[in-house]
Every structure is written in C-alpha cells, then in structure tokens.
Design a protein around this ligand. Structure first.
Ligand SMILES: [Zn+2]
Length: 304
C-alpha cells in the first residue's frame, strides 16, 4: 500500500502536463508540522489572552487600591485637623483646673520620628509619598491620643482632688437664717463690759435650733469648757481647717465621729458664759482664728 501520491501541475499555456511524485512521509510530515504550528499558535493565543485578562484585572484592582489609599489619606488628614480642636479644649480644661498646658511641641510628637519606607521598589514615587504621609499621620495621631488620654486622667484626678478639698472647706451657715448679733474682732464684752477680742461670730437663734456641720470632717472635741464656751464641739475638716461651736444645748456627736456637710452635730443653747441662746462659731485656718463671716453665705445671715 505504499503508493506515492501524485500531484498534477497544469500549465496555463498549451497542454503541458507534468507528474510530480511526493512520498507519503513528506505529506505526513507536512500535516504534522501544520498541526503543531496550529496548536502552538492557539496555545500562545489563549495564554496571551489569559495574561491580558489577568493584567487588566490587576490594573483595575490597583486603581481601586490607589483610590482607597487616597480616601484613607484624606480621612486621616481630617482626623488630625479635628484633633486640633481636642488640643484647644484640653488647654482650656487644664487652664481651668490650674494644670500646666501641654507644650505644642509635645503635642506634635511623632513628626520627624520613625521614618517609614515602603518595601517594594515597584511602588511609584507618588504612591510612596502617600504611604509615608499615611504612616506619619497615624504615628502623630497615636502619640496625640496617648497624650490626650493621660491628660484626661490627670484632669480627672485634679477634679476629684478639688472635690475632696471643697467638701472639707467650711462654706455653709451652721445655723441658717440666724441673726448676726456680734461679729469677729474687738468689742465690749457683754458680760465683763471691757474691750476684748471676739474670736468668732455670734449667731442668735432659738434654743434647740439644729447646728449643721459646714463641711466634711472629724469631730475632735466635745466637752465642757471651763473658759466660758460651755458645751463646745470642735470639728477638724483637714486641709488646715477647723471649726468650733460653743454654748451648745446638746451635743449629738462624739470625738472621732466622721461628719458630712449638713449633718446635725448638736443644738443651740446658752451654756457657759452666755446671756442668751446663740451659737458662737469659730473658723480656724492652719491654727489661726479667722473671721467666720467670710466662710458663710451672707444671704443666710440676718444682719441688722
Ligand atoms: Zn461669741
């Protein structure tokens, strides 16, 4: 069956005919070669098409990522600008609570610190700059948030400290709506009829009127005084403040009792060197007797 295949060529001029014998293996070789070329071409075409699709997808993804980075950068810049308002408010709060303001240079901590360099050399210069800006802004915001948190804790501590102090400063009238019948200072003593220093204020009010503690403190004395005070109560308020209540009718506390502002500690009487029911009220600051009038809301005192 190994017959050669004949190819007949026909000349256009005349009746010239010529037989050309082509061996079968040549025909097979040509067909195989053609098939290989076709398959290779198709494979390359498909591969290129796939690559083209992949690159196109990567470009779109890259574009979206760049847009996202840009949005993120804008968001961070706005956050940092808004943080400036928190710094202004922090300065106000610290000033109000008598704390030193944090220096602007300290608020700016993070700038000029750690240098960020994107790892890949395939990132464009523009994108690298954006990434560096994002990293630096994050660094600054992180430092500022830390400072703000510490500042708030410090302010909170100061407020609590002040509240404790204020709670212990005598600042209310022990016998509201009483009448000021004798002030602090030199006066003619009502009994001895001589000029003597009066170390407190006399607040006239009926016998049995409740005496209210003007601040938080601890009772330091409840006893009969031989010096003319009669039944006397002393309260130590801490922070250098002490108060004294003389000529009491009754005493409702004992030494060591903790009292709160407004708590009733006794009642008004006329015991000791007294000619009528009244409260002799003293305020001591660091051991010095001061005018109690300045530690009482004047609206709660009746003055002739
Ligand atoms: Zn007095």
């Amino acid at each position: 069956m190994r017959h050669p295949i004949e190819i007949i060529l026909v000349a256009k001029r005349g009746n010239f005919l010529r037989n050309i014998r082509v061996p079968l293996y040549v025909i097979v070789a040509v067909l195989v070669g053609f098939t290989l070329v076709t398959i290779t071409s198709l494979t390359l075409f498909i591969f290129n098409a796939q690559n083209s699709i992949t690159i196109s997808g990567a470009e779109r993804e890259n574009e979206q990522l760049l847009k996202t980075l840009d949005s993120l950068n804008s968001l961070l810049q706005n956050s940092q600008n808004n943080f400036d308002n928190h710094i202004v408010q922090d300065n106000r709060d610290r000033t109000y609570w008598q704390l030193a303001c944090i220096h602007p240079d300290i608020w700016s901590m993070g700038i000029g610190g750690k240098q960020y360099k994107p790892a890949s050399e395939y990132i464009s210069h523009e994108t690298q700059n954006m990434l560096v800006q994002i990293y630096e802004t994050l660094d600054v915001l992180k430092g500022q948030s830390y400072l703000k948190k510490n500042s708030m804790n410090e302010i909170q501590g100061k407020i609590e400290s002040n509240l404790r102090l204020w709670a212990h400063i005598p600042s209310t009238n022990p016998v509201p709506n009483s009448k000021l019948c004798s002030g602090f200072g030199y006066r003619v003593d009502p009994i001895k009829k001589t000029v003597r220093m009066h170390w407190g204020v006399d607040l006239s009010t009926p016998r049995g009127t409740p005496i209210h503690a003007p601040a938080d403190g601890v009772v330091s004395r409840t006893e009969w005084s031989k010096g003319g005070y009669g039944w006397v109560i002393d309260v130590d308020h801490g922070y250098g403040f002490e108060t004294r209540y003389a000529h009491c009718h009754t005493m409702l506390v004992k030494p060591g009792d903790i009292v709160k502002r407004g708590q009733i500690i006794g009642t008004v009487g006329s015991t000791g060197r007294s000619i009528a029911p009244h409260l002799h009220y003293e305020v001591h600051v660091s051991g010095i007797k001061v005018n109690p009038y300045y530690y009482i809301n004047s609206a709660t005192i009746i003055v002739d």
